[in-house]
Every structure is written in structure tokens, then in C-alpha cells.
Ligand binder design. Structure first.
Ligand SMILES: [Zn+2]
Ligand SMILES: [Zn+2]
Length: 299
């Protein structure tokens, strides 16, 4: 068993189609296993930038069904099936998620069935490698175990109408990384992230001028404020805390809060180690949790 345990933020954005922050997707490389949490817009582009073959993903895990977390799935599935060096999946596409995962994948399968038929006939791609296998869960607990990697799902609170929604605790070689998924301040995150090596949490913030507007309120009510995220970090005490899924709201004529604003509010409740995620930032989890950004991380 190799001890490589690496977490890379492929996309740290939200539905905003920004070129610098792609849709939510987090890559985990743990020994022989390579998994992905969510497949937002552009996940395949980030994998390609890293030199990680799209077809090398052992399993995709879904946190919930908001489209910004799932629009990259057909790309991952079908581009990963191509015979080129950057793809080359030689087994079915495997997706694990809360109840609703099988329905989503069933319909995606139907939507793209012509493409599968065409490529089987024209390119002679193996049909069985375009097959989709799914596993669903409806309670907290272990949802995946392979080659020393263990994935534990836990329920989070993304709002009364946005169910199911979950986060994941990923354990490998005595270490652990936790991803909050989309959630409001939630005790279950504190519980499952207690003492984690790395806790990756979502966050949302609006400029004060917009904070009272109804649609802004509605968005903020589905997410965690920097002050609240700081409380989660202070209570869970990870070796390193990191932000992803940065919901930094703006108006037509009102600028979004800056990273400095985000940090300042977080520091009201948390004084420990903290990284504001950006696309392709990588965390190497070992005796220390090393942070690598940008080109240094391309391999
Ligand atoms: Zn969401
Ligand atoms: Zn989201």
C-alpha cells in the first residue's frame, strides 16, 4: 500500500460560470484509489490539466442534486470512455450517492443512448465500459471501501427543500479528509470532522448592502456564513481547514465580498490554520498537511 493521500480541489465555484472557479468537484487520490466528489462544470478540464486520465476515476460520489454539482457527469462518463490516453475507462462508470442517484443516472443513460450506440458501432468502443453502475444510501455510514480507502457519508442540512444532502469523510492510512458538501451550519459536520487532518467546508457571504434582499437571503439561508464556518473549524479542530464552494454574492452594481472580507469574518470565530481554496490547489496529507498551488501541482 502506498501512502499517497492527496486531495485536489478541481472546482471551487458555484453556478456562476466563472473561468477561474469551475463547478464543484474534488479529486481524492489515496494509494491505488482515485475518486471524485461531485462533478461540476469543467471537472474533466481540470483532470486533463493535472494529467489524471478521466477514465481512471474508480467512483464518483454525489453530495446532492443541485445541477452545478452534477452537470459535469455526462462529460466525465462519456469522455472518460473514449479510447484516447486522457480517458480510457476500462470498466463501467460507477456512481455512489444518496437516494435519487440511480434515477439521475438512469435518465442520463437514456439521454445519451444514441451517442453510445454510435460510438459502439463507429469506434468499436466496448459497450460494457459505457455501462453505468450505481449505489445509493439513505443513512449515515460507510458507503465505500477499497484498497485501504474508506468513505463515510453523513447527512448535512442544505435547507428543508433540498434533500437529500450529504458530506463525506474519507479515511486512508490512518488519516482523514472531510468534505462538508453544501450545508448550513450543521452539528453533523462537527461530529464527522472531529480531529480530521483536512476539513474542506463550503461558505457563503454577501455584501452588507445586499444582505436584506429576499433572493440573497434565500441563498444565504442554504449555506454557511464565514463566522459559522469558523465555529465549525474551531469545534472540529482539523489540522487544516479549507474553503471551497465559495458563494460570494454580488449585485449588478455591487461588488462581491473579497477574499480579505471572507477571511476577516472567519477570523472572528477561528484562529487556526486556514486555506481559501482555489481551483487546482492540492493538499498532500501525511505527517504534515502540505498545500501546493497552481503549476507546482501539475504532474
Ligand atoms: Zn447545493
Ligand atoms: Zn452548491
Amino acid at each position: 500500500m502506498t501512502s499517497t493521500f492527496r486531495v485536489t480541489l478541481l472546482g471551487t465555484g458555484v453556478p456562476i460560470p466563472r473561468p477561474d472557479r469551475f463547478g464543484p468537484a474534488t479529486l481524492i487520490e489515496a494509494g491505488e484509489q482515485t475518486i471524485l466528489i461531485d462533478a461540476g462544470r469543467g471537472a474533466t478540464i481540470r483532470l486533463f490539466q493535472l494529467g489524471v486520465p478521466i477514465g481512471s476515476i474508480d467512483a464518483l460520489f454525489l453530495t446532492h442534486f443541485h445541477s452545478d454539482h452534477t452537470v459535469g457527469i455526462p462529460d466525465l462518463w462519456l469522455t472518460g470512455w473514449l479510447s484516447s490516453y486522457f480517458a480510457a475507462r476500462r470498466r463501467p462508470f460507477h456512481v455512489i450517492g444518496p437516494t435519487g442517484t440511480s434515477e439521475l443516472m438512469h435518465h442520463l443513460g437514456a439521454a445519451y443512448s444514441r451517442d453510445v450506440e454510435i460510438r459502439v458501432e463507429d469506434e468499436e468502443l466496448p459497450r460494457e465500459h459505457a455501462a453505468i453502475t450505481t449505489e445509493e444510501f439513505d443513512q449515515d455510514g460507510i458507503v465505500y471501501e477499497a484498497a485501504g480507502l474508506r468513505v463515510i457519508a453523513f447527512t448535512v442540512d442544505h435547507g428543508a427543500a433540498i434533500k437529500p444532502a450529504c458530506g463525506y469523510r474519507i479515511e486512508y492510512d490512518g488519516r482523514c479528509a472531510v468534505i462538508s458538501g453544501d450545508t448550513r451550519y450543521n452539528e453533523n459536520v462537527v461530529k464527522f470532522a472531529a480531529g480530521a487532518d483536512l476539513l474542506i467546508h463550503e461558505v457563503a457571504m454577501a455584501p452588507p448592502q445586499l444582505a436584506e434582499e429576499a433572493h440573497i437571503q434565500r441563498i444565504l439561508n442554504h449555506h454557511t456564513s464565514p463566522r459559522e464556518a469558523g465555529l465549525v473549524f474551531a469545534r472540529a479542530k482539523p489540522r487544516l481547514a479549507a474553503y471551497t464552494h465559495l458563494v460570494l454574492l454580488a449585485g449588478k452594481d455591487v461588488a462581491a465580498p473579497s477574499i480579505e472580507d471572507l477571511l476577516a469574518e472567519t477570523r472572528e470565530t477561528y484562529a487556526g490554520p486556514l486555506v481559501v481554496g482555489e481551483d487546482l490547489v492540492c493538499f498532500e496529507i501525511g505527517d504534515e498537511v502540505l498545500v501546493r498551488r497552481g503549476p507546482a501541482n501539475i504532474r
